[in-house]
Design a protein around this ligand. Structure first.
Ligand SMILES: Nc1ncnc2c1ncn2[C@@H]1O[C@H](COP(=O)(O)OP(=O)(O)O)[C@@H](O)[C@H]1O
Ligand SMILES: [Mg+2]
Length: 203
């Protein structure tokens, strides 16, 4: 158990030495999200954004290939939420009366539907954020779907606000990952991850 003090004002950083660690982070994240959660993934080409998404989707029971939808912009997944829910329980991701934060998180949203929509966006090739409107982004992100968005800066102004911003940078070996909450729920996610991960907290 880590002795890191939870402080919602600060981001959490960690070093991830290899691809397996990155998929594990994605899985840990999957255990702490809820419907409607929007996550921005920031980092250069080859940083490991898609690797993290792959880990996330695998944890939700998806076994197929996961690639960056660079040309199609978005890849939809319709997953069995019971699997994610079981995963959540297993990893104690959700707890309604979690003392760590004061955000009320209910599982009822999850239980009432059997499938969870997850959208993986890659906006790298977007020339104008307006293209997201033509794509029907509002229909995709309906408040229930979970979105993992690579190159969110290309959709600035049209993309909905994130709950969590994840910045990945190259290190000499492996990658540095900074988790920055952008909403109350983002704070809840990051505080839980902070307890789980063996990481350092920035001051
Ligand atoms: N933490 C890590 N340390 C070292 N290599 C990593 C790490 N995470 C991912 N990689 C590797 O980086 C490469 C690019 O990953 P990818 O997820 O496609 O990047 P992005 O989507 O950011 O362009 C892959 O070969 C992957 O194995
Ligand atoms: Mg990618």
């Amino acid at each position: 158990m880590s002795n890191i003090q939870y402080n919602k004002e600060i981001p959490v950083t960690c070093s991830i030495s290899d691809e397996i660690g990155m998929t594990e982070l994605g899985a840990q994240l999957a255990a702490r999200v809820k419907p409607g959660c929007i996550i921005y993934l920031n980092g250069d080409l080859g940083a490991g954004k898609t690797t993290l998404v792959r880990g996330f989707l695998r944890a939700c029971g998806y076994q197929g290939a996961v690639k960056s939808p660079t040309f199609t912009v978005v890849e939809p997944y319709s997953l069995d939420y019971n699997k994610l829910y079981d995963y959540n329980k297993l990893h104690k991701g959700f707890k309604i009366d979690d003392p760590i934060d004061h955000v009320s998180i209910s599982n009822s949203d999850i239980i009432k539907q059997n499938t969870q929509k997850i959208y993986h966006f890659d906006l790298y090739r977007l020339e104008d954020p307006e293209e997201l409107e033509y794509l029907g982004i509002r229909d995709y992100l309906d408040g229930q779907a979970i979105a993992l968005i690579e190159w969110p800066e290309k959709g600035q102004g049209v993309l909905p606000k994130a709950d969590l911003l994840i910045k990945i940078t190259h290190q000499r070996q492996g990658r540095g990952v900074k988790l920055q909450p952008q909403s109350k729920f983002g704070v809840a996610i990051v505080s839980r991850l902070a307890l789980k991960l063996n990481k350092s907290v920035e001051s």
